[in-house]
Design a protein around this ligand. Structure first.
Ligand SMILES: [Zn+2]
Length: 1103
């Protein structure tokens, strides 16, 4: 694979693209829960006191945001746009007020609302309760019935119209009024590693703290988008006749990157592990039936309770499974076929856990199955990596392919290499092996990790991935202790931690690390101008500039486009930005390459002026055409020498120039009526033009994100090829409303540029002998089978890696997976983040069911289904999804359950929610036939890089009641317990909030107490609430709580959420009820009916 910039050094592992690496130092700093404030933030000056891990479990900020004094809007609500004048950047780096405990990677810029500045722990601050809290979930209603005895048909509980697709609702609400944002530096502080500190050799764990993000509250902002900012005097700019002939510029090499100041980090052992006791072990979970909830059993070589409902370590195991089962038994135990009595309150549903779990990745030299991905937990890395980084669909690996096939389950890893940690977790430690680079297996190139076995007095080591024996490098030799381990194992992060970050040597690059380049491309065609999309984009960019990384490494450029492309010379010497037009959109070139991308520090004022002027400059634009493809190509040419990020704001269907598209949706409708079989083709790219371009972009380390702010069809299926291939993503605002979407646009953009991220990355997953990677799924470019190229990678991106057997594994041995990500931080450091997960192998089917990871297993189904939809008739995909569920449950019923009655549907405890999630998936936007093509394309695209914790709510949203928020006492989180997604639980006198991580619906019943409506919305009559309302804080406890809840959700989801108001009786109400996945619909079964259906399918397979 030819890496841009030159050939790969011969000794570099094949999987590494020698380009530079970037980012995320901030990631390294994960936690400093109570870290002392520091002012070293931007200077990278040394010595930061070690994080106080010695204390008891890191104190969670009990000072959670919601307990803060009500100040109007919640403190961190991402502000809506700020009026132009307010945007001046502070002359000094932001105050350190919020730094002390803000973990760098948790940037305070997390979309929603971090805590008040004076309160230490940030975004997550409000989440974890004191680690002593008991899991209230254990007894909650969704509880442990591990099996359901089902029989007979159930009368449908009433049907609801299947609503309209989410996006089509005309009701849009505006963002909460933003508190303003004080411009502050980027959350990614410069690295804090002292150059000298890491030179002592490999042994020095350099954990430390990076300068925390300077989050800071956003300045009070006014709701933006009411009017475009006044245009500054741009006379000369506007007046200069755009000339078609641009002076060809010469390419200038990017300025060298000055060494980043570094600080000393000291690592502190994580001492707080008070609750690590394992539950008593019991008898192996054998083939017996559900009566044995897995979690109580800790078979000798097995992992204790995987994928179980949240529990606290150290807690006694739940008494007996039968007790836990009783509710179900009571209802359905005496199942007789034909009984139509099934109480919907007794069937499995997700549990709300209000406690935070402490998860040690290994205990007693065994892998410890992780808590559910959707639960709240704190990880202590004791050898295996955090499940946030690598999570397997099954926590024991089947020894043979036959065993896996029999189980019906999928074997795959969800890899999220830069996942956000919980702030209470220990930072990832950085290890510097000096010039020799990290120790690696000479055969498979696997990296040194805690599972490599040293032998022969430490002189040699055996690779846990390929089994090869290597000589230990002389300067890495260490004697073994009586336990056979190296005596220094506990002091070397790479020998005792599942995740470490190695400093990359010159061998891992062919050029200097690339600068952080941000190029903004703005659609100024007639429609974009008239809908306010251009103004919203310019305002968002203008505000976000203040959040870009400081320093000479940060470069920016701006171009606008309609049927031509307009670059702007931002050189300081020029009095005002000069517009340079590229008229040929079929054979694009870029003018003045050296002047259209400039160091941010040199052009900040010009840039702000320009962004304020653009909406006015084009206010009378009558050009309807948009040259999206050509504009991306032109931006690419301008940044070809460096690589970087292109952020495109697109409002209409690209209609001219390279990659022009046609409105095939209209044609598609005809085709659909002609035959369902061809319908899915509209979900495929129109042609290969954009794909070809995207591959070229990826080769030059250019990542593209597209913000689609539209009111019409734009062919997302075609457009999305570019972000998907370059490690980017699509943001979708449909139907775009300048009033309600501007704040989300700003928040999305801000999170995009400030979240932990890296550039010019290459990733590879290695597996132990016997297992190999089958396929990678996600947003990347793949040029060789073993690696994925990621022009950019960030904390939100997840890559699914499916696995296959190529040999038998030994029962009782362990199988390891190692993910290595080579990347460049935004500060120009080259790093290799290595995460290793070692899991036990088993030849028992019951172990697979016991340790199945529901969330991950289901996310795997979801991603596979999403990738199938564009190429397979929908009915077939739906059938495949249903069969996956049936096959797993059938296998369990046939081989593991001992219950004799055929009238019983028996669900493995760990997978008891599989039918519910499967049903919800069948009713989701992507798998329904009634959705708009673009809505479905967006869904498919969104799923492709989605993390496990966000995949579940996308399919099975969270619903809570909000009319009674002030009556509920919640200790740790402002979010009350969830309500099942059934219309039976939605009352006419209630108000409900439903969110799926992207959208948030607020439904108002038709007989709600007017006083409650007034408290929440400022108006008493439902009919008087405007369809596009803005969630505002009012001076009463109920309103305050609602704002707290919304902000907490935004923080958890790292998304601002599109708020929509839904009223009973109109289309918005129907939209809301379309999310009641447990209801019967004209085209779908109710939950109970679906269970009956599944049960019958299993019965028929049994006979
Ligand atoms: Zn090896």
């Amino acid at each position: 694979m030819a890496a841009p910039g030159g050939p790969r050094p011969s000794n570099v592992p094949a999987n590494y693209n020698p380009n530079s690496l970037a980012d995320g130092v901030q990631n390294l700093q994960i936690s400093r829960p109570t870290g002392p404030p520091t002012s070293a933030a931007n200077s990278g000056v040394p010595s930061r006191p070690p994080p106080p891990f010695g204390q008891q479990p890191p104190p969670f900020s009990s000072s959670a945001p919601h307990s803060a004094p009500f100040t109007g809007t919640s403190p961190m609500v991402r502000p809506g746009p700020i009026p132009p004048g307010v945007l001046t950047r502070p002359a000094v780096p932001p105050s350190t007020h919020s730094q002390p405990s803000l973990p760098p990677n948790l940037a305070s810029n997390r979309p929603s609302g971090p805590p008040p500045v004076t309160q230490p722990p940030p975004p997550f601050g409000s989440r974890p309760p004191p680690p002593g809290a008991l899991p209230s979930a254990m007894s909650s209603s969704g509880g442990p019935p591990s099996a359901i005895l089902l029989s007979g048909q159930v009368a449908p509980r009433g049907s609801r119209p299947s609503g309209t697709p989410f996006g089509s609702s005309p009701f849009i609400t505006g963002p909460a009024l933003p508190p303003g944002s004080i411009p502050h530096p980027v959350s990614n502080g410069p690295p804090a590693f002292a150059p000298g500190a890491s030179q002592g050799g490999p042994h020095m764990p350099l954990a430390g703290s990076l300068p925390p993000p300077q989050g800071g509250p956003a300045a009070p902002a006014t709701l933006f988008a009411r009017a475009p900012p006044p245009a500054p005097n741009m006379g000369s700019l506007l007046g200069s006749p755009p000339s078609g002939a641009m002076p060809p510029g010469t390419m200038q090499a990017p300025p060298p990157f000055p060494a980043v100041p570094q600080g000393v980090r000291s690592s502190s052992p994580f001492v707080a592990a008070p609750q690590g006791a394992l539950p008593p072990s019991g008898s192996p979970y054998g083939p017996q039936a559900w009566q044995m909830p897995p979690r109580q059993v800790a078979p000798p070589s097995a992992v204790p309770g995987a994928a179980q409902p949240p529990r606290m370590f150290g807690m006694p195991p739940p008494s007996q499974s039968m007790a836990a089962m009783s509710p179900a038994m009571g209802q359905m135990g005496a199942s007789t076929i034909g009984s139509s009595k099934i109480d919907p309150n007794q069937i499995p549903r997700p549990i709300t856990s209000s406690s935070v779990l402490l998860h040690e990745t290994r205990q007693g030299n065994q892998a410890n199955p992780p808590p559910p991905a959707t639960s709240d937990y704190i990880v202590k890395d004791t050898g295996n990596c955090s499940p946030r980084f690598l999570r397997c669909t099954i926590n024991q690996i089947p020894c043979t392919v036959d065993l896996l096939t029999t189980s019906g389950m999928q074997l795959a890893l969800m890899v999220q290499p830069m996942a956000l940690p919980n702030p209470s977790e220990e930072p990832i430690q950085v290890v510097d092996f000096g010039e020799s680079g990290p120790v690696r297996c000479s055969r498979c190139k696997g990296y040194i990790n805690p599972f490599m076995k040293f032998i022969d007095q430490g002189r040699r080591f055996i690779c846990n991935l390929c089994g090869f024996t290597d000589e230990t490098p002389r300067d890495y030799h260490c004697n073994l202790g009586p336990d056979g381990k190296r005596r220094d194992a506990d002091e070397r992060p790479e020998l005792c931690r599942g995740t470490v970050e190695f400093v990359a040597t010159k061998e891992y690059m062919v050029r200097d690390p690339m600068p952080a380049v941000f190029f903004f491309l703005i659609d100024v065609s007639m429609n974009a101008i008239q809908t306010g999309a251009t103004a919203a984009a310019c305002s968002a960019i203008n505000q976000v500039i203040a959040d870009l990384p400081e320093g000479p490494r940060t470069m920016v450029g701006v171009a606008t486009f309609d049927s031509t492309i307009h670059f702007y010379n931002l050189k300081r010497a020029l009095q005002q930005p000069l517009m340079l037009i590229v008229p040929d959109v079929n054979d694009v070139y870029t003018p003045l390459q050296s002047d259209v991308i400039v160091q941010l520090s040199e052009c900040r004022q010009h840039l702000e002026l320009l962004l304020e002027s653009i909406p006015t400059m084009f206010q009378n634009n009558r050009t309807a055409d948009s040259a999206f493809g050509a504009a991306v190509k032109a931006a690419f040419l301008a940044m070809k020498s460096t690589g970087g990020k292109v952020l495109v704001f697109q409002s209409v269907l690209p209609s001219v120039g390279t990659g022009a598209l046609s409105s095939r949706e209209a044609d598609g409708r005809t085709n659909i009526s002609a035959g369902e079989k061809e319908a899915h083709k509209l979900l495929q790219p129109a042609d290969k033009t954009l794909k070809t371009m995207a591959i070229e972009l990826a080769e030059y380390q250019v990542c593209v994100d597209v913000f689609v702010t539209t009111q019409s069809y734009v062919d997302i299926a075609s457009i999305s090829v570019i972000p998907r291939t370059t490690g980017g993503q699509v943001y979708y605002y449909y139907p775009f409303s300048a009033l309600s979407d501007s704040a989300k646009l700003y928040n999305d953009l801000r999170w995009n540029v400030t979240r932990p991220q890296g550039f010019e990355a290459v990733m590879r997953v290695r597996c132990s002998q016997g297992i190999q990677v089958q396929e990678y799924f996600g947003n990347f470019c793949k040029r060789i089978p073993t690696d994925v190229d990621l022009p950019a990678i960030d904390c939100d991106k997840t890559i699914m890696v499916t696995l296959k057997h190529d040999d038998k594994l030994q029962d009782g041995s362990e199988c390891a997976f190692q993910c290595a990500l080579l990347y460049t931080t935004v500060y120009g450091q080259r790093r290799i983040r290595v995460s290793t997960l070692s899991l036990p192998c088993t030849s028992l089917l019951s172990n697979l069911f016991r340790t199945a990871d529901l969330d991950t297993q289901f996310t795997c189904f979801l991603k596979q289904a999403a990738s199938e939809v564009p190429s397979t008739p929908l009915l077939q995909v739906r059938e495949q999804v249903t069969n996956l569920c049936i096959n797993i449950l059938h296998s369990y019923r046939k081989f593991c359950a001992t219950v004799s009655s055929t009238g019983q549907l028996i669900l493995p405890e760990a997978l008891k929610l599989l039918p519910l999630y499967t049903l919800a998936l069948l009713k989701s936007t992507g798998l329904r036939t009634d959705g708009r093509i673009d809505d479905r394309s967006f869904w498919i695209n969104y799923v492709s890089s989605l993390s496990t914790p966000l995949a579940i709510p996308l399919v099975y949203p969270r619903m809570i009641s909000i009319h009674d928020l002030d009556l509920k006492e919640t200790e740790r989180t402002p979010i009350p317990p969830v309500i099942p997604l059934s219309s039976e639980h939605v009352n006419d006198d209630g108000i409900y909030l439903l969110e799926n991580g992207e959208d948030c619906l607020i439904y108002i019943g038709n007989s709600v107490d007017p006083d409650i409506i007034r408290q929440l919305f400022g108006i008493s009559l439902v009919d008087d609430i405007p369809t596009q309302f803005v969630l505002q804080p009012y001076d009463n406890p109920l309103s305050k709580k609602l704002n707290d809840v919304v902000n907490e959700i935004r923080s958890q989801r790292c998304s601002y959420l599109r708020l929509k108001l839904c009223k009973k009786g109109d289309s918005s109400g129907m939209l809301f009820f379309s999310y009641m996945v447990e209801d019967k619909t004209p085209s779908g079964l109710s939950y109970v009916e679906f269970l009956v259906h599944i049960h019958r399918q299993i019965q028929s397979k049994m006979t």
